[in-house]
Every structure is written in structure tokens, then in C-alpha cells.
Design a protein. Structure first.
Lengths: 215, 590
């Protein structure tokens, strides 16, 4: 590949005529095989340095921005942070989120009575995370979502909601990085507000409709 | 964080969007003056200038379109960039606008022609002027039902032949489903090239299907060839296997929601598509992404271009039996995709840009990782060059195989490496620089011959030129500042503000629910994709959904020329040529 400049900003890649050894075919083929042999020997004595991941024994580590399966975060009392505002389902280009809103009879708070994500429709663009005003939906680094029936691809609250002490480690795409910052209670726009220890005066009779994780 | 009070007003003091006002492009007076000059040169009564557009624009009477196109071609507008329809069902005096866009490589300017046509009227076909308009006219017929008189083969191209109605018409329900079967579909039989028609050989003529399940066609292209012995004497192609109605889907989604769909056009270089689409909307809104965002866009675009060429060269060599290069080159590709993943969380379909900037800032080790990649890549390119460029087996299979002349390439509307391999130094990054490409020191590589070998040479050199750009970009470093514009009508406010302030929360809700609303008008913007000029033409009616999004896929005219390129060649040559064209079906079938 000889390169000549023919105009400012334009170079021409010339076709180099073949030399005698090139036309003889064998010398160049042997040269090419030597390159292959060099790599073979190099790799043979450096098996650990091979650019190979032996999945599933070894799993690839993705960055903390990875857009994998979703989770719904919870407040300290175990209720979902989601207030069923439908922002994520509006922002979703694939229309894969179905929400039905319920109302907590004591606090008059909206909460999701049903929250389904069809993972077969989902295109993992992260728009739901960007759209959430309540810090409620995150994505994890979990990319192993193989299923055997279509019905199982629809995940609901039972699969999505994680406990309040869910570690930051496996989390992927989220509005900010580091420890979870959003605290406070339902409806509160209270970044940095003091955390209440008891959510309601009467906590003995929790609303049966509010999903509180598998307790 | 501590400086925020709970009810502080957001500091945005710029204008609110004036989405009901018409769109006014930049330096419109200059464009209009240039339009007058072109109109005077053409001097056709059927030509009427349209002012206030982003390029010299004319409306043409439908009966005069062939004359106008001929005289434009003779005055230098030799590349037919695009032909498509726009539907205005409630407009009187012709429902459809058929838009022609041409480019002049000598004068480096574009021109747009619009023909109004009613539902029962037809337009004279311009296939005789530009060969490339054959498929574009078929597509317009398929999508809008506009008839082109004198077209040699006016049938559907992207939709199935049994499809009912015309999908991009505004009164076509996007939820309409059809059960499509093979019953009643005419068999595809290639027309035999006149050169071979009366040649008497001892062989029986055989018609053969190459694809869609042939390994070299990747399940998405169908080529029917008629063979005389080993020589292909006639070929025809069928596309549309990956048609996903990108343009119709864009009409039913908001401007932001289209960004993930653009990933799926050329999925080998998805960030370039993101950049092209977002810059089109930014052009309509009259905003510019911050310098830091532009720098990240440029660097990732160049990495994506390298990755695109790696796939093209790698898979092409696999099709020819050289498996080593494919595995070997996929290591740098993995590293490039890893870099993209560290920026935006996905490898293949990044959705990294937003209108007005980027979704998030690049990670802290972005420049260090880029430098590592830039240091590592030349060795791979050199090794692959050493492996193949002196290998007689390879050379015998590529030199003079599937050639296309410069004249034909222009007439078909080639852009990108395939056009540069015929000796035309047209590159959007040089011709109409964006993202600051004009400030970098790099060259456009060209080659002679237009054959598979020339395309190899151009792609290899282009990867090295991209590395040159990248090294300069790394040396300059990322400019400080935000990565997205501070305009709550375009970009979502920062999350801390949304959690804390009423104002920002309202802006956040408004932007998700009501979307970005660009001013009424139309704009075209082009970037250099992996395969050539990738253009987006967007019509806005002031609402949150685009009225029309047209993508100009660079593969489309390139694959259109393929039957002509393989006629007279043998089947193995056709496979070698197909790989070197880098046909990406996601883009070809939009």
C-alpha cells in the first residue's frame, strides 16, 4: 500500500505491483503462515493472556452503567418507592411497562398495584430510569435473562422489587453513582431530609395491597 | 448540592420554545441567493424557487421533472442523494410531495426539488437520468402509492408483495396487520443481460437463489442469479427482510423516543446514527451541543467507524475463506464496544446521545482507555495487511472483481468508501464539516478501479486516518463543562434538581409528557456514516411527534448497483464483492 498525496486533504492509495516473490505465491504464503505461527506460539505459552472469557465459568464484568434487568427500589419501610406516576411507561419507546395505580388508604399515597415489564419487548434503552422522578427504577448488571416461555418474560412486582438494603454493587444504569442518595418518605422531595424511624403511627396493620417484598 | 434551596427557581433564562413559529435555518439569505443563481442557470419555467429552506429548494411541475433533473445533472449535480415522499392528506392541490435531493461534488452543494402530485396523478420516471432512482421510485410507490410513468419495474420493494395499502400514508393505521403468504407472489426471475443473450455456450442455463439463508447474505438479502456455466448472466435482488417501518414508527413516537430506533439502522456503527439524528433535531431547534459533548461524539464516531470497517473487512475475508482475520480483528472490536459500554451501558445499541448533548458524561478513564485502544489498533491493522495484501490467493480473488466505474457509481448515488474506491474524494466530514472535523489534520483516502481490492485499500487506509483523528482528539483532551445544553425545553433537568425543586420537576414532567417541540418546518442534515452519507430529513408540524422522518441509508443505492456489478462474474466473485460493499440490512431495509 503506497500512499501519495494528490490534493490537500486527499491521499491516493496506490496499487502496488506484485514483485517476483509475490507472484511465485509460495514465499508470501509462507510469510503469512509465519505470522500465524508467531501468534500460535505466543498464545500457547501465554494461555492466561488470551482475550477469551470462558463463559459461563467466568463471567464478564460490565461497567456500573450497564443497562441490564430492572429493579424497583424501596424505602426503608419496605414499600416501593414507585408512586405510579406513569412517567416511565410514557417515556418507554417500546411500550413494555404496564402500571396499575392503587391508593394507600391511610396515607392517601399512590402506589403501583401492578407493575409489569415485558422483557421481550424491552429494548434496554434506559429511558425509564431517566424519566423516573422518584428514584424508583434502576437497572442492574444482570444480563442473564433466559426464559423458557413467553409468559415468564413478563416480570411483575414480585420479581422487580428489591429490599431497602439492596447493595449498590450489582446496580447498573442509574441517575447517579455511588451510594443511594434519595431518602425520606412517600411524596417527599426530600434529598437529605432526616429519615424517620417509624413510618406510620400504627404500623401493626399495614395495607395488604402494598407490596413489601417477600417478608 | 448544599447551594440548592427547596423552592429555588431554575436558572434558565433563555426563550421558551416557539414551536408554532416557522423554522428559520442559519444563513438563509445566502442559500436563497444561491438558489436564484441555480434557477437562472437552469431557466426552466416549471421551476419555482422556495425560499427560507436549509438548502436551495425548488418546486417543480411534475411533467417537467425529467428535464429539470437532466439539466441539473449536466450542470454538476451528479449524485442523486435521495428521493422520497411526504404526505399532506388535507392539503388542496396535490396530496403528496415527492422530494428529490441532489449533490454536486464539484461545487460542494445540495439542491432539493419538490413535486406536488395528487393521488390519481403520476410522475414521469427519472430512471433514465439517474440509475439510482430506480429503487427510490419503487420505495416511494411502495410507501405512498405514487405512480412513476415509464418505470421499468414498478413493484413493491420493502413491503411484501401481498401487503395491502401504502404504509407511510398518514391515513394508514400503524396498528394494521396483514397475514402475508407466498400465494400469488410472482416468481423472481432475473432479466438476462443483453451482452449474454445470444451467446451460445454448451451449458444449460440455471437460475439459482443466493440467500436469504446463504451464509454470505446473513439471512437478510436475496439474490437470484441466472448462470450460464459458471458465469452470472443475469441477476436480481430482493430486499425488505429486515424492514421494521423505522419511518412509520418515528411518526408515532416523540423525538427523544426515536433515538433508540436509530441505533438499529446501521448496528455496526450505531453511535454515528445517534449523532446524525440528534444533530438534525438540534439544527431545527437552533441549538448546539456543548463542546464536551461534541468532543465525545467525535471520538466515539471515529471508534465506531473503525469498528464498522473491522466488521466489513473481517466478514468479507471470512466469506472468502480467511477465517483468521475475522477472529483476530474481533479483539479490537470487542475492546471498542467495551469502551462504548463503559460510556453508556450497552455495547451494540448504545442510545448514548440525546437531543442537545449526551445522556451522561464520559467516565473518568475515558481518555486513558481511548489512548490504550489507539496504541493497540495499528498493530492489528498492520498484521491484517501483512496477512492478506501480498497473498496471491487473496489478490486473485479481489483484483478486478465486481468493479463499478466512477460514472456508474455517481449515477447510482454511491457515497462513502465505495465511492472513494472509484476515485471521487467525497467525504461529508471534509465537504461539510460537523463536530469540528475541519480542525483536525487528516486525509480522505481514494483509490482507482472501483473493484473489491480498491474498496479494501480505502477501508484499511480510512481506519488509519480515523486513528490520526483520534490521537489528535486525545491530545486535545476533553473540554470542561456540561455534556448537555442547559435548556429544560430540550434536555431533562439534573436529577438532584428534579428531586428537590418544584420548577425542575414540572420541566421534567413537561418534557417527558409533551416532548421536544421543534418549530414548524423541515431540515436535512448529513453525517459520514460507516458506509457513506447518512442523512436525516425531518418535517416538524410543531407537535411532540415528528411529522415525517426520512433516513437516507447509504447502503440502499450501493446494493441497488449490485446486480450490475456481478453480471459477467462468477459466484465466488459475487460473494467476495458482496462482502466488500458492507451491506448492513438494518440500514438497507430501514
Amino acid at each position: 500500500m503506497a500512499i501519495t498525496r494528490i490534493a490537500p486533504g486527499v491521499v491516493k492509495v496506490e496499487r502496488t505491483p506484485l514483485s517476483l516473490s509475490d507472484r511465485l505465491y509460495l514465499p508470501q504464503v509462507i510469510k503469512g503462515m509465519l505470522i500465524t505461527l508467531r501468534h500460535l506460539l505466543k498464545n500457547l505459552f501465554n494461555i492466561k493472556g488470551l482475550p477469551i472469557i470462558s463463559y459461563p465459568e467466568v463471567k464478564r464484568v460490565y461497567s456500573e452503567r450497564f443497562r441490564g434487568r430492572h429493579i424497583l427500589t424501596t424505602r426503608e419501610d419496605g414499600t416501593t418507592r414507585c408512586v405510579a406516576c406513569f412517567m416511565c411507561s410514557t417515556a418507554c419507546p417500546a411500550e413494555c411497562i404496564t402500571i396499575e395505580a392503587g391508593e394507600d388508604e391511610r396515607t392517601r399515597e399512590k402506589f403501583p398495584a401492578r407493575y409489569d415489564i415485558d422483557l421481550l419487548r424491552c429494548i434496554f434503552c434506559g429511558y425509564c430510569v431517566d424519566a423516573c422522578p422518584e428514584d424508583a427504577i434502576y437497572m442492574t448488571r444482570d444480563y442473564e435473562m433466559a426464559i423458557d416461555t413467553r409468559a415468564r418474560a413478563v416480570v411483575g412486582l414480585r420479581d422487580l422489587v428489591v429490599p431497602p438494603n439492596f447493595p449498590v454493587g450489582p446496580m447498573g444504569w442509574r441517575p447517579y453513582y455511588g451510594e443511594m442518595k434519595k431518602q425520606g418518605w412517600a411524596g417527599g422531595t426530600g434529598l437529605g431530609q432526616p429519615i424517620r424511624t417509624a413510618p406510620f403511627e400504627d404500623d401493626s396493620k399495614p395495607n395488604p395491597d402494598v407490596y413489601r417484598g417477600d417478608q | 448540592m448544599s447551594t440548592l434551596t427547596k423552592f429555588s427557581a431554575i436558572p434558565y433564562t433563555g426563550p421558551a420554545p416557539t414551536n408554532r413559529e416557522p423554522y428559520v435555518p442559519a444563513n438563509v439569505a445566502q442559500t436563497d441567493a444561491r438558489g436564484e443563481e441555480i434557477a437562472a442557470k437552469i431557466s426552466n419555467n416549471a421551476l419555482q424557487q422556495e425560499r427560507g429552506q436549509d438548502m436551495p429548494s425548488f418546486s417543480v411541475d411534475r411533467n417537467a421533472i425529467v428535464d429539470v433533473l437532466t439539466s441539473l445533472r449536466n450542470s454538476g449535480f451528479t449524485i442523486p442523494l435521495d428521493l422520497f415522499g411526504v404526505d399532506y392528506p388535507r392539503r388542496s392541490g396535490g396530496r403528496f410531495d415527492v422530494v428529490y435531493q441532489l449533490y454536486s461534488p464539484q461545487a460542494n452543494e445540495r439542491v432539493r426539488l419538490k413535486v406536488r402530485v395528487a393521488e390519481d396523478e403520476s410522475i414521469p420516471s427519472s430512471v433514465g437520468v439517474f440509475k439510482g432512482y430506480d429503487w427510490y421510485e419503487r420505495e416511494t410507490f411502495d410507501m405512498f402509492g405514487v405512480k412513476f410513468e415509464g418505470h421499468p419495474n414498478l413493484r413493491r420493494i420493502l413491503c411484501h408483495e401481498m401487503f395491502q395499502g401504502h404504509a407511510l400514508r398518514k391515513d394508514y393505521d400503524p396498528a394494521q396487520r396483514w397475514l402475508l403468504t407466498e400465494q400469488g407472489v410472482a416468481k423472481l426471475l432475473p432479466k438476462i443481460d443483453p451482452k449474454f443473450e445470444n451467446v451460445d455456450t454448451d451449458f444449460e442455463r440455471v437460475t439459482l437463489n443466493l440467500g436469504p439463508s446463504h451464509p454470505a447474505t446473513h439471512g437478510t438479502l436475496r439474490i437470484v442469479v441466472t448462470l450460464d456455466g459458471e458465469t452470472i448472466i443475469g441477476a436480481d435482488t430482493e430486499i425488505g427482510y429486515l424492514h421494521r417501518c423505522f419511518e412509520k414508527m418515528a411518526e408515532t413516537h416523540t423525538y427523544q423516543q426515536v433515538i433508540p430506533f436509530t441505533d438499529r439502522l446501521n448496528y455496526c456503527s450505531a453511535i454515528i446514527n445517534n449523532v446524525g439524528y440528534c444533530m438534525t433535531i438540534e439544527k431545527m431547534l437552533g441549538i448546539e451541543a456543548p463542546a464536551r459533548a461534541q468532543h465525545i461524539r467525535l471520538m466515539l464516531s471515529e471508534f465506531m467507524r473503525i469498528s464498522d470497517h473491522i466488521i466489513c473487512i473481517g466478514t468479507n475475508l471470512v466469506d472468502m475463506g480467511a477465517l483468521t482475520n475475522f477472529w483476530y480483528l474481533f479483539q479490537p472490536r470487542e475492546e471498542i464496544l467495551g469502551l462504548v459500554e463503559s460510556c453508556c451501558g450497552a455495547r451494540l445499541l448504545p442510545t448514548y446521545t440525546r437531543v442537545g448533548g449526551m445522556a451522561v458524561d464520559a467516565p473518568a478513564d475515558f481518555l486513558a482507555n481511548s489512548q490504550r485502544l489507539v496504541n493497540m489498533l495499528p498493530k492489528f491493522i498492520d498484521d491484517v495487511e501483512k496477512l492478506i495484501m501480498k497473498n496471491r490467493i487473496f489478490l486473485d480473488r479481489v483484483i478486478g472483481v465486481c468493479p463499478i466505474s466512477q460514472e456508474d457509481a455517481l449515477s447510482y448515488g454511491f457515497t462513502g468508501p465505495c465511492l472513494r474506491a472509484t476515485g471521487v474524494p467525497y467525504d461529508v466530514r471534509k465537504a461539510s464539516p460537523y463536530l469540528g472535523y475541519e480542525t483536525y489534520d487528516w486525509d480522505v483516502p481514494i483509490a482507482d478501479g472501483g473493484d473489491t481490492y480498491a474498496r479494501f485499500l480505502v477501508r484499511l487506509e480510512e481506519m488509519r486516518q480515523s486513528l490520526r483523528i483520534l490521537q489528535q482528539a486525545i491530545d486535545r483532551g476533553l473540554p470542561p463543562g456540561p455534556v448537555i445544553v442547559d435548556n429544560p425545553y430540550v434536555a431533562l433537568p439534573p436529577k438532584e434538581r428534579v428531586y428537590n425543586e418544584m420548577e425542575s420537576l414540572i420541566y421534567h414532567f413537561k418534557l417527558i409528557m409533551h416532548g421536544i417541540q421543534p418549530p414548524v418546518g423541515e431540515a436535512y442534515f448529513q453525517v459520514e456514516g460507516g458506509n457513506g452519507e447518512l442523512g436525516f430529513y425531518v418535517v416538524s408540524d410543531g407537535t411532540k411527534n415528528p411529522y415525517r422522518v426520512r433516513v437516507r441509508p447509504p447502503c440502499f443505492p450501493i446494493f441497488e448497483a449490485y446486480p450490475q456489478m456481478i453480471t459477467g462474474q462468477t459466484i465466488p466473485d459475487a460473494i467476495a464483492g458482496l462482502g466488500s460493499l458492507n451491506i448492513i440490512a438494518g440500514e438497507l431495509d430501514h
